[in-house]
Design a protein around this ligand. Structure first.
Ligand code: GLC
Length: 733
């Protein structure tokens, strides 16, 4: 629930009663720079242009502020705008001044922006951060982003992105916390708390925006914006839970997704917006469309024209229009003609005003001049947090013969153009960072005092450089190859049909291996890749993802052993692209894949992933012992002993899974239901106790009923979704 006082609620109702219909509709109108600045480049394309380097970050910021300067100030003065996308504090104050001091009712503007994994201090992309399995970290990084952005005028983040994603062909798998509903729900709660809960000062918190509601990650064939069809039970058990959890944490806003869900675009889908979100979950914030999505309802074929799209959206419970001006242009006439009830407008506007009140915008509409430069130089504690997040997000996928960690004195040939590209460490959705704040892997190795020489040799989008390869082969005793994707190869509108290493990077690795020198691979990528050949041939593979501004230093900490990897995969990695979608929490089928022909398998590859959900190695080893499960009242108490059988201290993520063996609809072979991280000294053995409330062991059926059905359950505990101890027991509810 959005926490404002009864007095404030009364004040809002009074304000609403004073507003003209045009002023009410103005609150429902969010405009981006591209429309208002006379720029014919859609905002998303501006983002793309800065991401792929067609324009510099500085040029982008100039466009953002310049465009705002041309902004139709008359619209603000007339109360026809409720929100803008601008991230320049002085510009925000100038525009806010018009709204607050020159419009009839002085209603302040909301300034929204995509702040997905950091504002100035960019930290790991969500798929990576989720590998930390660390709720406290998720909350701390969000709080840092809220504080950095609020002093720059941004008081509304279009984050967290909570789309459960099981298909790595979809580029936006990089933006979300992975394939598991439980982990994504934990991430959701922590991010909402981090963004919203420090209300000690208006400079410390922003409105969160849960997106994209709902099931965007299930787009058919992994193709962005594509259609989504699924059983109601699948929606309720896998895609809705993170949103329900985040609403419970008090999230202020939700963004409806672009796609059609079972034939009805989310933008105009009353079943999910009104019924599920607002009525069933009791969501009392407001729903914003995705960019241009109301207009796209005509393209979808669900509305004959923009006017019809606008009306249908309002009726479905869509409170704010992002970027089309359809509400501004058509709703007034629709109400006048009796085609749309003003009551629906009032409901939407009351929700929007409630969020503005909760943000303190009526009392503190402006950014304090003294605060604007607070984060001009990134604070040490912010950089330390980004580095910590990077270290915790990395996943050690293979380490034959303990090739890693390396000694700093080891003569290293650092290979691969990604190692020297500062701009690539930030990932696809970093908008407000500065390239100069980023530490490349090459710089990180140098900062660590490593004995390293860098040889480009080629990368995801460049040809191989044979001479450089020869030099690299002869120089170092060990070759460290940084391969993967550019930031633009994942994220929005970046679906791929081939998940092997892009370009000639595989060929580069073959040449490096042919030198006979040991090769360690550092992956810089935004999605699971199909790495079967690499997993077979490369002795050491560290998944580093895109870690943000401190990437180079965090990777050096990991490669030289200052930090022992502790990340566990938030997504399954396929062996080959054709296996997608591939995920651990799948039904058993009547013929589970196996050796015999007539089972759910492929003729040409296994049905197993290369690396399963929850997987990750360490520089030490762990063993699990003595799993016991007992019922205690309304919960199960699961005990398991974990032992560090290696030679160095490590942090293990103990994972608790369950399986409902027989139920009125088939249930997954495993479902994550809990986890706990434990740091163990060499030789240390510790009992971990995890509790599972019996009420959380149920599922939704296709009628939307939550079912708790007596029967046999299998309880698992282990270090990933594949390798677990298990125990069966009969549960009665
Ligand atoms: C984009 C994305 C959404 C983002 C919005 C504003 O198209 O789908 O996640 O918040 O537009 O940039």
């Amino acid at each position: 629930m959005i926490r404002i006082s009864d007095k404030q609620k009364e004040w809002i109702k009074k304000l609403l009663s004073q507003m003209t219909l045009e002023e009410k509709i103005g609150q429902m109108n969010q405009e981006s720079v591209s429309i208002v600045g006379g720029f014919d480049v859609p905002f998303e394309e501006l983002i793309e242009m800065v991401t792929d380097g067609r324009i510099s970050q500085e040029a982008f910021e100039k466009i953002m502020s310049t465009a705002a300067q041309d902004y139709h100030e008359a619209d603000i003065r007339a109360g026809r705008v409720g929100s803008l996308m601008v991230q320049n504090p002085r510009k925000c104050n100038e525009l806010q001044k018009i709204a607050v001091e020159e419009s009839r009712l002085g209603i302040p503007l909301l300034f929204g922006l995509d702040v997905i994994h950091g504002f100035r201090t960019v930290y790991p992309i969500a798929i990576a951060e989720a590998c930390a399995f660390d709720m406290d970290l998720f909350e701390r990084t969000a709080r840092m982003a809220a504080k950095e952005s609020r002093t720059q005028g941004v008081n509304w983040h279009f984050a967290p992105m909570l789309d459960v994603a099981r298909d790595a062909r979809w580029g936006r798998v990089s933006e979300g916390p992975g394939e598991d509903p439980y982990l994504v729900s934990c991430f959701a709660r922590a991010k909402v708390r981090g963004l919203q809960n420090d209300t000690s000062s208006p400079e410390n918190y922003v409105a969160a925006c849960l997106k994209h509601f709902v099931a965007y990650g299930a787009c058919e064939a992994g193709r962005d914006y594509n259609t989504v069809s699924m059983a109601h039970s699948m929606l309720c058990n896998n895609y809705l839970p993170p949103f329900a959890a985040a609403v419970e944490e008090g999230a202020a806003t939700v963004m409806a997704a672009f796609h059609d869900l079972n034939g009805v675009p989310c933008t105009v889908n009353a079943g999910i917006l009104r019924t599920m979100l607002k009525e069933n979950y009791g969501f009392d914030g407001f729903v914003v469309s995705d960019a241009n999505a109301i207009r796209e309802c005509v393209t979808h074929g669900i509305a004959a024209d923009e006017e019809a799209a606008g009306q249908t959206a309002v009726k479905a419970g869509l409170d704010m229009d992002m970027g089309t001006q359809i509400y501004k242009k058509h709703l007034k006439q629709a109400v006048a003609d009796g085609r749309l009830s003003e009551k629906l407008i009032d409901e939407a506007v009351e929700r929007i005003l409630t969020v503005k009140m909760w943000l303190g915008l009526f009392e503190h509409p402006y950014v304090e001049e003294r605060s604007m430069d607070r984060y001009e130089v990134l604070p040490r504690e912010h950089l330390a947090l980004a580095r910590e997040a990077g270290c915790k997000s990395a996943v050690l996928l293979k380490n034959e013969g303990h090739l890693l960690p390396l000694h700093k004195k080891t003569k290293i040939s650092l290979v691969g153009s990604l190692a020297d590209k500062k701009e690539e460490v930030a990932g696809a959705w970093a908008i407000s960072y500065r390239t100069n704040d980023c530490v490349s892997i090459k710089e990180g190795f140098e900062n660590a005092g490593a004995n390293v020489r860098y040889f480009p040799c080629g990368g995801p989008d460049t040809e191989l450089e044979e001479e450089e390869i020869k030099k690299a082969a002869s120089y170092g005793d060990v070759i460290v190859a940084v391969v993967g994707e550019t930031a633009a190869m994942s994220g929005e509108a970046a679906s791929k049909a081939d998940l092997t290493l892009p370009g000639k990077q595989r060929e580069l690795l073959e040449k490096l291996l042919a030198t006979g020198k040991p090769v360690a691979v550092l992956l810089m990528n935004g999605r699971p890749l199909a790495l079967h050949w690499e997993a077979e041939h490369i002795p050491a593979i560290l998944e580093c993802w895109q870690m943000g501004v401190e990437m180079g230093n965090a990777v050096a900490d990991l490669v030289f052993g200052a930090v022992n990897p502790q990340g566990r995969l938030s997504v399954s990695f396929p062996q080959v692209t054709g296996q997608c979608p591939i995920y651990y929490n799948h039904p058993n089928t009547g013929r589970p894949g196996g050796k015999s022909k007539f089972t759910s398998r492929y003729l040409d590859v296994t049905e197993q992933p290369e690396f399963p959900f929850g997987f990750g190695l360490s520089y030490t080893e762990y063993q699990y012992h003595n799993l016991t499960v007992r019922e205690e009242g309304d919960r199960l108490v699961v005990c398991v002993e974990v032992e560090n059988t290696g030679t160095i201290t490590g942090t293990e993520t103990v994972q608790l899974y369950m399986r409902d063996v027989t139920a009125s609809i088939v249930r997954p072979v495993k479902e994550l239901k809990g986890f706990e991280k434990v740091t163990l000294e060499p030789g240390e053995r510790r009992e971990i106790i995890l509790c599972l409330k019996k009420e959380e062991m149920g599922f939704y059926n296709n009628e939307g009923e939550y079912r708790l059905e007596d029967g046999v359950f299998t309880i698992y505990a282990g270090g990933n979704a594949r390798d677990c101890l298990k125990q069966d027991l009969y549960i009665t509810f």
